[in-house]
Write a protein that binds this ligand. Sequence first.
Ligand code: ATP
Ligand code: MN
Length: 448
Amino acid sequence: MRKLLKDILDKGQVGEEYVAKGWVRSRRDSKGLSFLVLGDGSSMQTLQVVLGAEVPGYDALLPDLGTGASVAVTGELVESPGKGQRVELKAHAIELLGKADPETYPLQKKGHSHEFLRTIAHLRPRTNLFGAVFRIRDTLAQATHRFFSDNGFRYVHTPIITASDCEGAGEMFEVRATSKDDFFGRPAMLTVSGQLNGEAMAYGLGQIYTFGPTFRAENSNTSRHLSEFWMIEPEAAFYDIVDDQDLAEAYLKALIESVFRENPDDLEFLGKFVDKTLIGNLEMTRDNRFERVSYTEAVEILQKSGKKWEFPVSWGTDLQSEHERFLTEEHFKKPVMLTAYPKEIKAFYMFQNDDGKTVGAMDVLVPGIGEIIGGSQREHRLDRLEARLVADGMHLEDYAWYLDLNRYGAVPHAGFGLGFERAVMFCTGMSNIRDVIPFPRSPGQAHF
Ligand code: ATP
Ligand code: MN
């Protein structure tokens, strides 16, 4: 296998010959000598190549060795006299693999706005910024599988095409065949959540998680909503709401630890150029016990805050982003887990508390984002579940298979959904969700 630049930089032996392949980030010429800075996306680090005029083809190639050009350089690894790098490559041979015409290549200069880069989503992975973001996204995905696997959760796949609207979680996208009407014999949609299928799997395997794409046609053009996003949904049999909170807290902390361990350079870059509070926020989240309060307590805090809210708060209203962010950023100054929400504003499947008014919901709020996780203990008592569905005006026949789960061998169980892009935002400091997924889909936007 080809050696990555990061391996040459970290482990390469001085005096040995290496072939370095990558893209020219920048070039500096001095007399009879050029310095190429090469990157290949394997890390934030770059390899400096010293290209002497004696290298075959030097004069002919030089005009094309500009920013963005791709090259393969063979040379000897030598100690670098320069600061901030252990080694550099003294070239013996260079091959130009692909030119990048400076007249048209948009990534010549540094310092493009995030908005501009969004219009060239096919090229932005080549920037330092998006390299850092997408390397961290990968770390978080790998850490997710590791965390759940290490804790006895099985990775399961739930359908993407579904005929059940799990929780009425907003508008859905319809799926139709181009060739045939009524392909599935009933209206079919893209999934808004794998939860109900996840519960079925948890009743077999005990503890499961899904990690899949999720689609919501909500027309909310905010910086925290996408039409297509990825969600991680663990579901555990024999869990109550406190177990669910413990799991969510341990998972978020494991995610943060993974980024500190695997992406120190990327974090440093993002902390410097994107969000000065990033590293502090992550350390604070990793090192503190999350605040656990009830919805009712949160409403009291919000009412006593003396703040002017765009959306007034009273018991029974859903919390808005401004409220969530006040609680986590200003009041508690750390992540907050809210529980016991009014049943009217939460989905039918949530565990009905004894007070008759609240359900065992659990939302996790973090600074800079607001809601990152939404979860609950599920109602496993069949009579209560049916009564809630009926009260909500639903038809029990439509939920027949879901009700079967708790008709046979019901046990307390709980789970949650983490919006993966919100986690990537939190761990990169990026403020727009369109900038943490490679090719974002949102209302009016499905280019690339
Ligand atoms: P919000 O109130 O922020 O719209 P929600 O309550 O509708 O979220 P849930 O149904 O609880 O969201 O989904 C679980 C998680 O999925 C949320 O906590 C959030 O992290 C994420 N999420 C929900 N909707 C979106 C979306 N449109 N784009 C990206 N992530 C989302
Ligand atoms: Mn929610």
